[in-house]
Design a protein around this ligand. Sequence first.
Ligand code: GDP
Length: 299
Amino acid sequence: ARRSWRERLSGSVFSRGISTLFSRHPKLDDSLLDELETTLITADVGIEASTSLVETLRKRMHKREFADADALLRALRQELIALLKPVQTSLDIAGHKPFVVLTVGINGAGKTTTIGKLARRWRDEGKQVLLAAGDTFRAAAVEQLKTWGERNQVPVISQGQDADAASVIFDALQAARSRHADVLIADTAGRLHTQGGLMDELGKIARVLKKLDADAPHEVLMVIDGTTGQNAVNQVRQFRQIVGVTGLVVTKLDGTAKGGVVFALAREFGLPIRFVGLGETATDLRVFDAEAYVDGLLP
Ligand code: GDP
């Protein structure tokens, strides 16, 4: 399984940058660290996380802790893992029945795909899954979810076009309870006419869910496109002002992604990264694993 993380991550700017740096520049000196800093910043790790990481390593180098560039690389691995470990907290859906997952995030982030992958994962674990087509702003989103549900024998609760999202999700939770479903995954709009509109809608959804279950939603899962760099960080900041995000999914980290945004997000928010998307098929949504991720990036 470890190898497959590397296969998916080896095309990233992060991975290619580090491997080029350490193959071409094996001499342990300050210029190696300067180039490392540039490489990390280029890979979307973020200025703060990059400089802080490199300064930690520089101090250790000046104390002669590293015999050679390989020792530095091992220390880099440790530091990167230490940055990600605190956000490696997997999503446990056993505590509530039905467990209600509200998925949020802007259009194109991979929300629908992620909902499909999660539904498959939990269904394959023997859980009874129900989906709520709560992105009533886009007719295509409702259709996409319904098509996915039909193909995978997962029921989807939806209403007509322009239905009230809170009403769809309320109905879906009632259905999930009467069917004794284990988990309800609700889609929501990725953009309304205004940020105020989105805020009102998500607020209303949370309020009506609480009428049926005071603890719901049990997870507000924000889906972020991992190729969007600093923009991804800004999106999380914005959504957190709208709704209490409790976990993140970072998608599209396969292929030619930069790969470093996960570190920037970990440092900036400390929010659990529940899953990462390493491809388009169902099994490509992986439970986030700090060591596997870092080992996938490093030579
Ligand atoms: P939504 O608008 O947020 O619902 O986005 P979609 O779920 O429709 O996804 C947008 C595009 O991103 C689709 O073409 C997906 O196949 C693609 N996508 C989603 N997750 C991943 C991923 O982890 N890796 C790759 N390579 N593509 C992904």
